[in-house]
Design a protein around this ligand. Structure first.
Ligand code: NAP
Length: 286
């Protein structure tokens, strides 16, 4: 029986520490970190993510502002808003909720954010810094995954890690962070041949593909640590489910995350942590 790694519990612990830190910072600097979230349009998924971020910031006592703009906003107007937020010394973190409407070039918008306020860690200079092992704001989901792994006490160094998925926001950065922790890393994707053979080699298996219950028990090495990043709807029950068939894999795995309650809470918690980090750097500079 695999031990369940709870992102919910770790997130609660991190929240307690961050709340205390925010109080200290407020005493020291006379204000709390300030996160600004920009939401374009009213996609229900995006609205729910943005609401979740504001809720956690409020719980922590962190100043936060959500700026809502209509779907019809032009790219120029959005870039103008980013420029204003960049110049505003009372703003420490800027997050533009993705996806953006098709007429707006997301890459251009992300690149326009001051890299020191880029709390999502998506700015090209932050991505470059990650790959060059320089200080930077790390992308939240990969950062949260490493936090979760470290919380288990399992040694990462020297282990075989397999990441399924090679997206810019999850697969690639988490593979790099695992490499930085001295794991021997394989990145698998849709063109990987004999995927079960590859995944069965993994002491640590991270799955970020976006396919409900894709990873089955025969793909998991007995005793492996399995981290499920996927957020999907189960086509049979309509309920939220991961990329890993939890019921089938849990008896084989040594440790495993659940969906929901695994990686999800860590992503948003790491966003808060990044905002505090951005604030601290900002205050030290000015
Ligand atoms: P993505 O950009 O769609 O990338 C999916 C990756 O999975 C691609 O690299 C793709 O390979 C690979 N893949 C797809 N089908 C595959 C298959 N049959 N076999 C092997 N590899 C396959 O997705 P993403 O943005 O990384 O997100 C992945 C999942 O994580 C989604 O469910 C998303 O909702 C979830 N997610 C969760 C959080 C969180 O906070 N919990 C955060 C971000 C994302 P190719 O490159 O070859 O196409």
């Amino acid at each position: 029986m695999g031990m369940v790694i709870s992102g919910k519990d770790l997130s609660a612990e991190m929240k307690r520490q961050m709340s205390a830190r925010i109080k200290e910072l407020e005493q020291q600097y006379g204000r709390t970190p300030h996160l600004v979230v920009v939401l374009v349009g009213d996609d229900p998924g995006s609205v729910s993510y943005v609401t979740g971020k504001a809720k956690m910031a409020n719980e922590l006592g962190m100043k936060n502002t959500t700026i809502r703009k209509p779907e019809t906003i032009t790219e120029e107007e959005l870039l103008g808003l980013i420029a204003e937020l960049n110049a505003d010394r009372t703003v420490d973190g800027i997050l533009v909720q993705l996806p953006l409407p098709k007429h707006i070039d997301s890459e251009k918008v992300i690149a326009a954010i001051d890299r020191e306020k880029d709390v999502d860690g998506f700015h090209p200079l932050n991505v470059a810094a990650l790959w060059l092992k320089q200080p930077c704001l790390l992308p939240c989901t990969p950062k949260g995954i490493i936090r979760l792994l470290k919380s288990t006490g399992v040694e990462i160094a020297g282990k075989r890690a397999v990441v399924i998925g090679r997206s810019n926001i999850v697969g690639l950065p988490v593979a790099k962070l695992l490499l930085d922790e001295n794991a021997t890393v394989t990145i698998a994707h849709s063109r990987t041949r004999n995927l079960p053979e590859v995944t069965r080699e993994a002491d640590i298996l991270v799955v970020a593909i976006g396919r409900p219950k894709f990873v089955t028990a025969d793909m998991v090495k007995p005793g492996a640590v399995v981290i499920d990043v996927g957020v999907n709807r189960d086509p049979e029950t309509g309920k939220l489910c991961g990329d890993v068939d939890f019921a089938a894999c849990e008896p084989v795995a040594g440790m495993i995350t659940k969906v929901p309650g695994g990686v999800g809470p860590m992503t948003i918690t790491c966003l808060m942590e990044n905002t505090i980090e951005a604030f601290e750097r900002h205050m030290q500079k000015h």
